[in-house]
Design a protein around this ligand. Structure first.
Ligand SMILES: *Cc1c(COP(=O)(O)O)cnc(C)c1O
Ligand code: SF4
Length: 326
């Protein structure tokens, strides 16, 4: 594999979309999981699969992307829109639930398909803001002086090409009351080749504070290319934060969460949120209950300085902010 000579788009296109190919790459026996992957496609960048341990069916990175028959179970309490976002965002591309911050759905796609994700059930996998929605978004933000921060979300906003992404960021930067532009992206972790010098030099010319909230769940996701991507972003003046999801048999113990926080900090990324799973259909087998989560995070607090302990949060429909549990 000649990673460095390929563009990130080529890297993305070359990723695994068939479970048998991924299993072969990992020297694992073929697994019959087609039913689940018909529901929500398999998508794994090669650079991410390379961090998995060969021959280990319980690898914590593999578990995040491997479709299981359990996804097809109908579990009470798990539904298609656990946080109540779909009706509003589908029409406008905007989710304005919290004071001072507005979240934009810039694209429906991601570089990786995480099996535990609430987005697996979103009805618009290829959603893109069309021209009139785009203008509506800018008008909406322009006309509300109490909005100081715009969050680019998705899907994964870094899946947009540089010119589209920068056009949006520059237009937001021109709005006087916008002080912060935040990008929520798993790409610096799963497809670090996307973070180019060219992109970073454009970031560094933005007046507003840029924040990138990456998404990493396990210390094994953090390798040298991810380190380089984080350093480039940092040099461009981007503040780096991380959010994780607490996932059963993946990162649901204090040792792993401690190691994750320490490694993130050595990459210049501060832990921000540790989310309880959003109860989306097909994700029940990843759930860690709230009481267990509290026990784990309290253990983490005894092991780490306060600034390395992420806030344990959950999202509840209709609330004015994330609910901080601990
Ligand atoms: C999570 C979220 C935010 C950001 O919340 P912070 O607590 O500021 O990180 C904003 N808008 C929506 C709709 C969200 O779900
Ligand atoms: S939105 Fe985030 S968690 Fe969900 S599939 Fe995309 S990268 Fe994974």
């Amino acid at each position: 594999m000649h990673q460095t000579s390929q563009s990130w788009q080529q890297q993305l296109a070359a990723g695994f979309s068939q479970i048998d190919e991924l299993c072969e790459f990992l020297s694992l026996p073929q697994l019959n999981m087609e039913c689940a992957s018909n529901h929500f496609a398999v998508k794994v960048p090669i650079e991410f699969a390379q961090r998995m341990e060969k021959g280990n069916p319980n690898d914590p990175l593999l578990k995040q992307v491997l479709p299981l028959q359990q996804e097809l179970l109908d579990v009470p309490g798990f539904n298609h829109d656990p946080v109540g976002d779909i009706p509003a965002s589908k029409q406008t591309g905007i989710i304005h639930k919290y004071h001072g911050r507005v979240l934009l759905i810039t694209t429906g796609g991601c570089a990786i398909n995480c099996r535990y994700c609430f987005r697996r059930n979103f009805p618009y996998p290829d959603f893109q803001l069309n021209r009139s929605q785009y203008q509506h978004v800018l008008d909406y933000i322009q006309s509300r002086a109490d909005i100081s921060e715009v969050i680019l979300s998705g899907g994964d906003p870094l899946l947009l090409h540089d010119d589209k992404l920068m056009q949006l960021i520059i237009q937001l930067d021109e709005i006087q009351h916008i002080q912060r532009i935040r990008i929520h992206s798993r790409i610096p972790v799963v497809l670090p080749s996307r973070i180019s010098e060219q992109l970073c030099s454009q970031f560094s010319s933005i007046k507003a504070k840029l924040i990138m909230v990456v998404h990493c769940n396990h210390s094994q996701e953090l390798n040298q290319p991810v380190y380089m991507a984080c350093q480039q972003l940092k040099k461009a003046g981007v503040s780096l934060l991380n959010q994780s999801v607490l996932l059963k048999d993946i990162n649901d113990n204090a040792q792993q969460l401690t190691q994750l926080s320490e490694k993130l900090f050595s990459f210049d990324v501060l832990p921000y949120y540790l989310h309880l799973l959003d109860k989306a259909s097909g994700t029940a087998h990843f759930e860690v209950d709230e009481e267990t989560a509290i026990v784990i995070i309290n253990e983490v607090k005894q092991l780490l300085p306060g600034y390395l302990v992420p806030k344990l949060v959950k999202e509840q429909a209709g609330k004015q902010s994330k609910t901080v549990i601990c």
